[in-house]
Design a protein around this ligand. Sequence first.
Ligand code: ATP
Ligand code: MG
Length: 423
Amino acid sequence: MSKKGIQSVRGFSDILPEESPLWQHAESVIRRVLEAYGYREIRLPVLERTELFSRSIGEVTDIVEKEMYTFEDRNGDSVTLRPEGTAGCVRAGIQSGLLHNAEPRLWYAGPMFRHERPQKGRLRQFHQVGAEVFGVSAPELDAEMIIMTARMLRELGLADVRLQLNTLGTPESRAAHREELVAYLRRHEDRLDEDARRRLETNPLRIFDSKNPEVQQVMADAPRLMDCLDRESAEHFAVVRNLLERAGVEYEVNPALVRGLDYYTRTVFEWVTDRLGAQGTVCAGGRFDGLVEQLGGRPTPAVGFALGLERLVALLEDQGAPGDGGAPHAYLVVATETGAGLEAAEALRDALPGLRLQAHTGGGGFKAQLKRADRSGARVALILGDEEQAAGALTIKDLRGEEGQQQLAFDDAVAYLRGLTGA
Ligand code: ATP
Ligand code: MG
């Protein structure tokens, strides 16, 4: 063991107290917007049977081929730490009967696990908020979900994110496209990397998702699925585009956008930014009409998205998002008998929900307590001495500004503190 103590596992990081306020802010805005569209929370297990993911995400995807945390549990069953939330959400929906004769709107949040190369915006444990709607095949839903993600990003104050849109048609249009694509790729096989060559046989559409610049160049001129669309998928896409335009949501069509998971049909979208280097996708989703049936449920259309919280928070930080780091508003210095300190603190919390108050514990001199108050990051120190106690008052000392100190009757002190909490 190193002198520094036991270190965390590579790619698994802590979210420290000074970072959590920004996370909480992001989570609460997202949650409020989801609720405004009638979504309800579902909480799902972190561990699932391995076959749930291999059957849904696709055997020939980065995730299933090389990124899953898969192991045998003590009974010898193969289990996997969830790499994403959709599969588990569909599984739970089928298992609970929630999807039948209903159009549930569900959201979830929590950690996901992928054994990738850790770098900025790419961790092995990362966090997503995701949402899925089942039972609706109309293109209005695709549009509404995208409009909702636009509202989320807007209400979070995110600048510099662009919406990319594509359609993947149906399995039938994909089959027609596949032939053309394979013929094209065979002509350029010398410029493909090993991964792409292998996928040429198994899942050529995946090659559009390659992160290799040379391969991306080849794909830039490859036949587009967009040109092989069946009539209904083309109409579906046209309606989605029209509705986005009517809602004033700007987008660019990116025919090379295929997403990293196999279950998508028709609409796919990503919100991307140039501010996070190569890890530019903040939020991504689309329609997956075949997945419920594929996992053993009745045929049920669906649309969903997932948003990466690490990348979202990094963007907010990059923009210099305001935040006080969650420090207490006030630190109570107790220069009288200790019991009176706890009493006064409880009375303050009763009077002012939302007040972040840290009361000094453990005695010690007045000066030492004031030093602690300062180090806590609090805006003000509240001083309770014998005199204040006798008068039912508190002395308030401004630790950050020019206001100096003043003794106020309890109710006036509460009014003063209310101003600090912004309530
Ligand atoms: P990428 O192309 O960046 O690998 P992906 O297509 O694998 O992303 P999805 O499976 O669509 O990602 O996940 C949705 C979102 O979750 C991503 O847009 C991203 O914001 C976030 N995300 C995915 N993988 C990671 C990771 N390893 N670390 C942090 N965030 C991630
Ligand atoms: Mg990935």
